[in-house]
Every structure is written in structure tokens, then in C-alpha cells.
Design a protein. Structure first.
Length: 118
């Protein structure tokens, strides 16, 4: 299986970035955390973070998603950009207050509802 990678970076007029990332190793519909940073030799840094449900894989077998980074005025067009990225499966759990928990020294407790864990 190929490694996940950044396929393209677009520097917008406002200084923000759009990273097109190809992610491998996850089933379509999986919630994936995509994060990382881009740097240039001059010290410019842009960080990105997003959680997305992966779309169906393309012909290469990877799912392509776009994530954005906040504007940075330090990047120079035409100079090499190095990106370090991560893709990780995440989960979401809703917890409700447990009114039955009466342990000494515990002000409140919450318990997971299995039906809400994804």
C-alpha cells in the first residue's frame, strides 16, 4: 500500500493554504484526523488540522481530501515547501451525566452511551 501524501498545495491570494492530501489505509466513511505543518527554508511555517469523513477511494486506492491552513505572509512562491503530515482514525463518544454515581470525593461522573460512540 502506498504512503499517504500531499498531492498539491495552493497558496491563496489572502495567504491561506489549501492542501490536497491523499490518504491510504482507511475505509471510506471513516472519520480521520489530518494534521501537520508545512515549512520553507526561510522559517515560514503553516499548520493544518481537520477531521473529515473519507470519501470513496480513487483509482490509486487512496482517498483525496482538502484541508486548509491559516494565512501566512512568510511563504515565498517558487521556493520548496516541506510538509510533515499525519492521518489517524478518530472516534467520537457522547457521555451523559451518571446520576447514580455517589462515590465520596466525586462531584460528578459521566458515562458513555454505547449507541452514540462512533
Amino acid at each position: 500500500m502506498p504512503d499517504s501524501q500531499v498531492l498539491e498545495i495552493e497558496l491563496k491570494d489572502d495567504g491561506s493554504f489549501a492542501f490536497t492530501v491523499e490518504v491510504f489505509g482507511f475505509k471510506p466513511g471513516t472519520n480521520v484526523e489530518i494534521s501537520g505543518s508545512a515549512t520553507q527554508a526561510n522559517g515560514a511555517v503553516a499548520t493544518f488540522y481537520d477531521i473529515q469523513s473519507l470519501p470513496p477511494a480513487g483509482p490509486s486506492g487512496g482517498s483525496s481530501v482538502t484541508v486548509t491552513a491559516a494565512p501566512s505572509t512568510d511563504f515565498v512562491a517558487g521556493e520548496v515547501i516541506t510538509v510533515v503530515g499525519r492521518a489517524a482514525k478518530i472516534w467520537c463518544t457522547e457521555l451523559s451525566r451518571d446520576p447514580d454515581d455517589q462515590r465520596p470525593g466525586i462531584k460528578a461522573a459521566w458515562k458513555a452511551t454505547l449507541a452514540t460512540s462512533r
